[in-house]
Design a protein around this ligand. Structure first.
Ligand code: SAM
Ligand code: SF4
Length: 338
Protein backbone atom coordinates (compact mmCIF):
# COMPACT_ATOMS: atom_id res chain seq x y z
CA UNK A 1 0.00 0.00 0.00
CA UNK A 2 1.12 3.56 -0.62
CA UNK A 3 1.92 5.39 2.62
CA UNK A 4 0.24 8.51 4.01
CA UNK A 5 2.46 10.84 2.06
CA UNK A 6 0.65 9.79 -1.08
CA UNK A 7 -2.48 11.46 0.24
CA UNK A 8 -0.67 14.20 2.17
CA UNK A 9 1.68 15.40 -0.58
CA UNK A 10 0.95 14.21 -4.09
CA UNK A 11 3.47 15.52 -6.62
CA UNK A 12 1.98 18.72 -8.06
CA UNK A 13 3.90 21.31 -10.05
CA UNK A 14 3.60 25.08 -9.74
CA UNK A 15 0.99 25.14 -12.54
CA UNK A 16 -1.24 22.76 -10.60
CA UNK A 17 -0.48 19.73 -12.77
CA UNK A 18 -0.50 16.43 -10.88
CA UNK A 19 2.49 14.27 -11.76
CA UNK A 20 1.27 10.70 -11.98
CA UNK A 21 3.49 9.25 -14.70
CA UNK A 22 7.19 8.44 -14.38
CA UNK A 23 9.45 7.29 -17.19
CA UNK A 24 12.66 5.59 -16.13
CA UNK A 25 15.55 5.16 -18.54
CA UNK A 26 17.38 2.06 -17.30
CA UNK A 27 20.29 2.47 -19.73
CA UNK A 28 21.27 4.97 -22.42
CA UNK A 29 22.89 2.16 -24.46
CA UNK A 30 21.26 0.46 -27.40
CA UNK A 31 21.83 -2.35 -29.88
CA UNK A 32 20.53 -0.15 -32.73
CA UNK A 33 21.47 3.36 -33.93
CA UNK A 34 18.28 4.92 -35.32
CA UNK A 35 19.40 7.91 -37.37
CA UNK A 36 16.97 10.42 -35.82
CA UNK A 37 17.87 9.25 -32.28
CA UNK A 38 21.62 8.64 -32.12
CA UNK A 39 24.87 9.34 -33.91
CA UNK A 40 26.63 6.20 -35.14
CA UNK A 41 29.54 6.71 -32.73
CA UNK A 42 27.94 7.55 -29.40
CA UNK A 43 29.58 8.26 -26.07
CA UNK A 44 27.52 6.53 -23.42
CA UNK A 45 27.35 7.28 -19.70
CA UNK A 46 30.09 5.52 -17.69
CA UNK A 47 28.82 2.24 -16.21
CA UNK A 48 30.15 3.27 -12.78
CA UNK A 49 27.57 6.09 -12.66
CA UNK A 50 24.56 3.94 -13.47
CA UNK A 51 22.09 3.18 -10.66
CA UNK A 52 21.73 -0.45 -9.65
CA UNK A 53 18.41 -2.14 -10.35
CA UNK A 54 17.68 -2.09 -6.59
CA UNK A 55 18.29 1.67 -6.51
CA UNK A 56 15.96 2.17 -9.46
CA UNK A 57 13.30 0.10 -7.66
CA UNK A 58 13.78 2.23 -4.53
CA UNK A 59 13.33 5.39 -6.63
CA UNK A 60 10.15 3.95 -8.09
CA UNK A 61 8.91 3.26 -4.53
CA UNK A 62 9.52 6.91 -3.59
CA UNK A 63 7.59 8.22 -6.61
CA UNK A 64 4.72 5.77 -6.06
CA UNK A 65 4.49 6.93 -2.45
CA UNK A 66 4.00 10.46 -3.82
CA UNK A 67 1.16 9.52 -6.11
CA UNK A 68 2.75 8.24 -9.33
CA UNK A 69 0.28 5.72 -10.85
CA UNK A 70 2.03 4.73 -14.05
CA UNK A 71 5.66 3.82 -14.73
CA UNK A 72 7.31 3.19 -18.08
CA UNK A 73 10.73 1.56 -18.37
CA UNK A 74 12.65 2.84 -21.34
CA UNK A 75 16.13 3.78 -22.55
CA UNK A 76 18.25 3.41 -24.69
CA UNK A 77 17.11 -0.12 -25.17
CA UNK A 78 15.87 -1.24 -21.75
CA UNK A 79 15.97 -4.95 -22.54
CA UNK A 80 19.71 -5.03 -23.28
CA UNK A 81 20.38 -4.29 -19.61
CA UNK A 82 20.66 -7.57 -17.72
CA UNK A 83 17.97 -8.18 -15.08
CA UNK A 84 15.32 -5.76 -16.35
CA UNK A 85 12.53 -8.36 -15.95
CA UNK A 86 13.66 -8.63 -12.29
CA UNK A 87 13.39 -4.85 -11.97
CA UNK A 88 9.94 -5.06 -13.55
CA UNK A 89 8.96 -7.63 -10.92
CA UNK A 90 10.24 -5.36 -8.10
CA UNK A 91 8.14 -2.47 -9.39
CA UNK A 92 5.27 -4.70 -10.53
CA UNK A 93 4.50 -5.81 -6.97
CA UNK A 94 2.90 -2.36 -6.47
CA UNK A 95 0.27 -3.29 -9.03
CA UNK A 96 -0.87 -6.17 -6.84
CA UNK A 97 -1.27 -3.80 -3.85
CA UNK A 98 -3.22 -1.26 -5.92
CA UNK A 99 -0.59 1.49 -5.43
CA UNK A 100 0.34 1.45 -9.12
CA UNK A 101 -2.07 1.24 -12.07
CA UNK A 102 0.36 0.23 -14.78
CA UNK A 103 3.95 -0.74 -15.53
CA UNK A 104 4.86 -0.56 -19.20
CA UNK A 105 7.94 -0.65 -21.37
CA UNK A 106 9.15 0.98 -24.57
CA UNK A 107 11.46 -1.27 -26.54
CA UNK A 108 12.88 -1.77 -29.99
CA UNK A 109 11.70 -5.38 -29.71
CA UNK A 110 14.95 -7.19 -30.49
CA UNK A 111 15.08 -8.91 -27.09
CA UNK A 112 11.37 -9.66 -26.75
CA UNK A 113 11.61 -13.25 -28.03
CA UNK A 114 13.68 -14.05 -24.91
CA UNK A 115 12.03 -11.72 -22.41
CA UNK A 116 8.33 -11.28 -23.23
CA UNK A 117 7.14 -14.07 -20.93
CA UNK A 118 9.19 -12.84 -17.95
CA UNK A 119 7.81 -9.33 -18.46
CA UNK A 120 4.25 -10.64 -18.42
CA UNK A 121 5.02 -12.61 -15.26
CA UNK A 122 6.36 -9.40 -13.68
CA UNK A 123 3.02 -7.64 -14.19
CA UNK A 124 3.64 -5.85 -17.50
CA UNK A 125 0.55 -6.00 -19.73
CA UNK A 126 1.36 -3.53 -22.52
CA UNK A 127 4.54 -2.75 -24.43
CA UNK A 128 5.33 -0.08 -27.00
CA UNK A 129 7.52 -1.45 -29.75
CA UNK A 130 9.29 0.88 -32.17
CA UNK A 131 8.93 -0.17 -35.77
CA UNK A 132 9.53 2.59 -38.31
CA UNK A 133 9.41 0.28 -41.33
CA UNK A 134 8.52 -3.31 -42.17
CA UNK A 135 10.69 -3.17 -45.26
CA UNK A 136 14.01 -4.91 -44.39
CA UNK A 137 16.14 -2.47 -46.38
CA UNK A 138 14.43 0.66 -45.12
CA UNK A 139 14.50 -0.68 -41.55
CA UNK A 140 18.20 -1.42 -41.86
CA UNK A 141 18.84 2.04 -43.26
CA UNK A 142 16.93 3.84 -40.47
CA UNK A 143 18.45 1.76 -37.65
CA UNK A 144 21.85 1.56 -39.40
CA UNK A 145 22.21 -2.20 -38.80
CA UNK A 146 18.89 -3.57 -37.49
CA UNK A 147 17.20 -6.75 -38.72
CA UNK A 148 13.46 -6.22 -39.03
CA UNK A 149 12.73 -9.96 -38.80
CA UNK A 150 14.08 -10.00 -35.24
CA UNK A 151 11.72 -7.20 -34.30
CA UNK A 152 8.73 -8.86 -35.97
CA UNK A 153 9.63 -12.04 -34.09
CA UNK A 154 9.74 -10.01 -30.88
CA UNK A 155 6.32 -8.51 -31.56
CA UNK A 156 4.89 -11.98 -32.19
CA UNK A 157 6.48 -13.25 -28.96
CA UNK A 158 4.95 -10.36 -27.02
CA UNK A 159 1.51 -11.10 -28.43
CA UNK A 160 1.90 -14.81 -27.66
CA UNK A 161 2.91 -13.98 -24.08
CA UNK A 162 -0.33 -12.02 -23.62
CA UNK A 163 1.14 -8.50 -23.90
CA UNK A 164 -0.82 -5.82 -25.78
CA UNK A 165 1.43 -4.19 -28.34
CA UNK A 166 1.43 -0.60 -29.51
CA UNK A 167 3.65 0.16 -32.47
CA UNK A 168 5.59 3.44 -32.35
CA UNK A 169 6.50 4.76 -35.79
CA UNK A 170 8.51 7.96 -36.22
CA UNK A 171 7.24 9.63 -39.39
CA UNK A 172 10.23 10.34 -41.65
CA UNK A 173 9.90 12.32 -44.87
CA UNK A 174 11.11 10.38 -47.89
CA UNK A 175 11.89 7.28 -45.79
CA UNK A 176 8.72 5.73 -44.43
CA UNK A 177 5.88 8.09 -45.32
CA UNK A 178 4.64 5.66 -47.99
CA UNK A 179 4.47 2.93 -45.36
CA UNK A 180 2.11 4.74 -42.98
CA UNK A 181 -1.10 3.39 -44.53
CA UNK A 182 0.28 -0.17 -45.01
CA UNK A 183 1.53 -0.09 -41.39
CA UNK A 184 -1.92 1.00 -40.23
CA UNK A 185 -3.55 -1.87 -42.15
CA UNK A 186 -1.02 -4.36 -40.78
CA UNK A 187 -1.55 -3.13 -37.20
CA UNK A 188 -5.33 -3.37 -37.67
CA UNK A 189 -4.98 -6.96 -38.90
CA UNK A 190 -2.65 -7.91 -36.04
CA UNK A 191 -4.68 -6.13 -33.33
CA UNK A 192 -1.98 -3.59 -32.46
CA UNK A 193 -2.52 0.13 -31.93
CA UNK A 194 -0.31 2.43 -33.98
CA UNK A 195 1.20 5.70 -32.81
CA UNK A 196 2.92 8.09 -35.20
CA UNK A 197 5.56 10.43 -33.76
CA UNK A 198 7.10 13.65 -35.06
CA UNK A 199 10.92 13.83 -34.90
CA UNK A 200 12.11 16.04 -32.09
CA UNK A 201 15.40 18.00 -32.06
CA UNK A 202 17.05 16.12 -29.18
CA UNK A 203 20.83 15.61 -29.21
CA UNK A 204 23.23 15.84 -32.12
CA UNK A 205 22.93 13.10 -34.72
CA UNK A 206 25.01 12.65 -37.86
CA UNK A 207 22.39 14.15 -40.16
CA UNK A 208 20.15 17.17 -40.34
CA UNK A 209 16.79 16.18 -38.89
CA UNK A 210 15.01 18.95 -40.77
CA UNK A 211 15.50 16.93 -43.98
CA UNK A 212 13.40 14.10 -42.58
CA UNK A 213 10.89 16.04 -40.53
CA UNK A 214 7.34 15.13 -41.55
CA UNK A 215 4.65 17.25 -39.87
CA UNK A 216 1.80 15.03 -38.72
CA UNK A 217 -0.89 17.57 -39.49
CA UNK A 218 -0.22 16.79 -43.18
CA UNK A 219 -0.29 13.04 -42.46
CA UNK A 220 -3.55 13.40 -40.58
CA UNK A 221 -5.10 15.31 -43.51
CA UNK A 222 -3.97 12.57 -45.89
CA UNK A 223 -5.42 9.83 -43.65
CA UNK A 224 -8.67 11.77 -43.28
CA UNK A 225 -8.99 11.84 -47.09
CA UNK A 226 -8.80 8.03 -47.19
CA UNK A 227 -10.55 6.98 -43.99
CA UNK A 228 -13.17 8.18 -41.55
CA UNK A 229 -11.22 9.35 -38.50
CA UNK A 230 -13.22 9.78 -35.33
CA UNK A 231 -11.35 11.63 -32.57
CA UNK A 232 -11.38 9.68 -29.31
CA UNK A 233 -11.53 11.36 -25.93
CA UNK A 234 -9.56 8.58 -24.25
CA UNK A 235 -5.89 9.06 -23.45
CA UNK A 236 -3.33 6.44 -22.45
CA UNK A 237 -1.74 8.72 -19.87
CA UNK A 238 0.83 9.92 -22.41
CA UNK A 239 0.90 12.67 -25.03
CA UNK A 240 -0.78 10.77 -27.90
CA UNK A 241 -4.15 11.94 -29.25
CA UNK A 242 -6.14 8.98 -30.57
CA UNK A 243 -8.50 8.55 -33.50
CA UNK A 244 -10.63 5.58 -34.46
CA UNK A 245 -10.13 4.54 -38.08
CA UNK A 246 -13.69 3.41 -38.78
CA UNK A 247 -13.12 1.42 -41.98
CA UNK A 248 -10.34 -0.65 -40.38
CA UNK A 249 -11.78 -0.88 -36.87
CA UNK A 250 -8.37 0.35 -35.70
CA UNK A 251 -6.91 3.08 -33.50
CA UNK A 252 -4.20 5.51 -34.44
CA UNK A 253 -2.42 7.86 -32.07
CA UNK A 254 -0.57 11.01 -33.09
CA UNK A 255 2.24 12.49 -31.00
CA UNK A 256 2.69 16.01 -32.31
CA UNK A 257 5.20 17.89 -30.17
CA UNK A 258 6.09 20.10 -33.12
CA UNK A 259 2.79 20.93 -34.84
CA UNK A 260 0.49 20.87 -31.82
CA UNK A 261 1.89 21.50 -28.38
CA UNK A 262 0.48 19.15 -25.75
CA UNK A 263 2.28 20.45 -22.67
CA UNK A 264 -0.78 21.94 -20.97
CA UNK A 265 -1.86 18.55 -19.66
CA UNK A 266 1.63 17.22 -18.94
CA UNK A 267 1.61 14.68 -16.11
CA UNK A 268 5.10 13.28 -16.64
CA UNK A 269 8.66 13.43 -15.39
CA UNK A 270 11.69 11.35 -16.40
CA UNK A 271 14.61 9.82 -14.54
CA UNK A 272 17.86 8.86 -16.25
CA UNK A 273 19.86 5.71 -15.52
CA UNK A 274 22.21 7.85 -13.41
CA UNK A 275 19.37 9.18 -11.24
CA UNK A 276 18.88 12.61 -12.77
CA UNK A 277 15.28 13.79 -12.72
CA UNK A 278 14.29 15.82 -15.77
CA UNK A 279 11.04 17.70 -15.44
CA UNK A 280 10.66 18.29 -19.21
CA UNK A 281 11.99 16.51 -22.27
CA UNK A 282 12.70 19.86 -23.90
CA UNK A 283 14.63 21.56 -21.09
CA UNK A 284 17.98 20.98 -19.42
CA UNK A 285 16.78 21.73 -15.88
CA UNK A 286 17.25 18.70 -13.68
CA UNK A 287 17.55 17.54 -10.10
CA UNK A 288 20.14 14.92 -9.19
CA UNK A 289 18.56 12.27 -6.99
CA UNK A 290 21.49 9.85 -6.75
CA UNK A 291 23.18 11.18 -3.59
CA UNK A 292 19.90 11.43 -1.70
CA UNK A 293 18.95 7.97 -2.87
CA UNK A 294 22.24 6.51 -1.66
CA UNK A 295 22.79 8.40 1.60
CA UNK A 296 19.97 10.78 2.35
CA UNK A 297 16.95 8.64 3.14
CA UNK A 298 13.35 9.17 2.06
CA UNK A 299 12.96 12.68 3.54
CA UNK A 300 15.94 13.99 1.57
CA UNK A 301 14.54 12.38 -1.57
CA UNK A 302 11.09 13.86 -0.92
CA UNK A 303 12.60 17.32 -0.49
CA UNK A 304 14.30 16.99 -3.90
CA UNK A 305 11.05 15.84 -5.51
CA UNK A 306 9.33 18.96 -4.12
CA UNK A 307 12.17 21.12 -5.46
CA UNK A 308 11.71 19.47 -8.86
CA UNK A 309 7.97 20.17 -8.84
CA UNK A 310 8.52 23.88 -8.32
CA UNK A 311 11.01 23.92 -11.22
CA UNK A 312 8.92 22.02 -13.81
CA UNK A 313 8.52 24.36 -16.82
CA UNK A 314 5.15 25.07 -18.42
CA UNK A 315 6.11 23.81 -21.86
CA UNK A 316 8.90 22.81 -24.19
CA UNK A 317 10.01 25.22 -26.91
CA UNK A 318 11.00 22.88 -29.75
CA UNK A 319 11.38 24.34 -33.20
CA UNK A 320 12.42 22.43 -36.27
CA UNK A 321 12.86 24.28 -39.52
CA UNK A 322 15.68 25.45 -41.74
CA UNK A 323 16.67 28.20 -39.32
CA UNK A 324 16.56 25.90 -36.29
CA UNK A 325 18.54 22.88 -37.41
CA UNK A 326 20.49 22.66 -34.13
CA UNK A 327 19.12 20.40 -31.37
CA UNK A 328 16.89 22.13 -28.79
CA UNK A 329 18.74 20.27 -26.04
CA UNK A 330 22.08 18.46 -26.19
CA UNK A 331 20.69 15.37 -24.48
CA UNK A 332 19.63 12.53 -26.75
CA UNK A 333 16.19 10.96 -26.37
CA UNK A 334 18.01 7.77 -25.32
CA UNK A 335 19.24 9.46 -22.11
CA UNK A 336 15.82 10.36 -20.77
CA UNK A 337 13.87 7.76 -22.70
CA UNK A 338 10.77 8.06 -24.89
N1 SAM B 1 14.91 1.79 -27.62
C1 SAM B 1 13.52 1.84 -27.33
C2 SAM B 1 12.72 2.11 -28.58
O1 SAM B 1 13.30 2.47 -29.59
O2 SAM B 1 11.50 1.98 -28.50
C3 SAM B 1 13.15 2.84 -26.25
C4 SAM B 1 13.82 4.17 -26.26
S1 SAM B 1 13.50 5.19 -27.68
C5 SAM B 1 14.43 6.62 -27.27
C6 SAM B 1 11.82 5.63 -27.37
C7 SAM B 1 11.04 6.22 -28.53
O3 SAM B 1 11.60 7.47 -28.84
C8 SAM B 1 11.09 5.38 -29.79
O4 SAM B 1 9.77 5.17 -30.25
C9 SAM B 1 11.87 6.23 -30.75
O5 SAM B 1 11.44 6.04 -32.06
C10 SAM B 1 11.60 7.63 -30.24
N2 SAM B 1 12.60 8.64 -30.56
C11 SAM B 1 13.94 8.57 -30.40
N3 SAM B 1 14.54 9.72 -30.78
C12 SAM B 1 13.55 10.54 -31.19
C13 SAM B 1 13.51 11.88 -31.69
N4 SAM B 1 14.61 12.61 -31.82
N5 SAM B 1 12.30 12.39 -32.00
C14 SAM B 1 11.17 11.67 -31.85
N6 SAM B 1 11.13 10.41 -31.38
C15 SAM B 1 12.31 9.86 -31.05
FE1 SF4 C 1 17.93 2.65 -29.86
FE2 SF4 C 1 15.40 3.25 -29.46
FE3 SF4 C 1 17.15 5.19 -30.06
FE4 SF4 C 1 16.50 3.42 -31.93
S1 SF4 C 1 15.11 4.90 -30.95
S2 SF4 C 1 18.60 4.07 -31.39
S3 SF4 C 1 16.18 1.60 -30.77
S4 SF4 C 1 17.12 3.99 -28.22
Amino acid sequence: MADDRMIAAPLTDSFGRRITYLRISVTDRCDLRCRYCMAEAMTFMPRSEILTLEEIAALADAFIARGVRKIRLTGGEPLIRRGVPDLAAMIGRHIATGALDELTLTTNGTQLPKQAEALFAAGVRRVNVSLDSRDPDVFRHITRWGDVDKVLEGIAAAKAAGLRVKINMVALKGLNEDEIVPMLRWCAAEGHDLTLIETMPLGAVDEDRTDRYLPLDAVRADLAARFTLTPLAERSGGPARYHRVEELDARIGLITPMTQNFCEGCNRVRVTATGRLYMCLGHDDRVDLKAALRDGGRDALDALLDQAMSAKPLRHAFKIDARNAAPAVERHMSVTGG
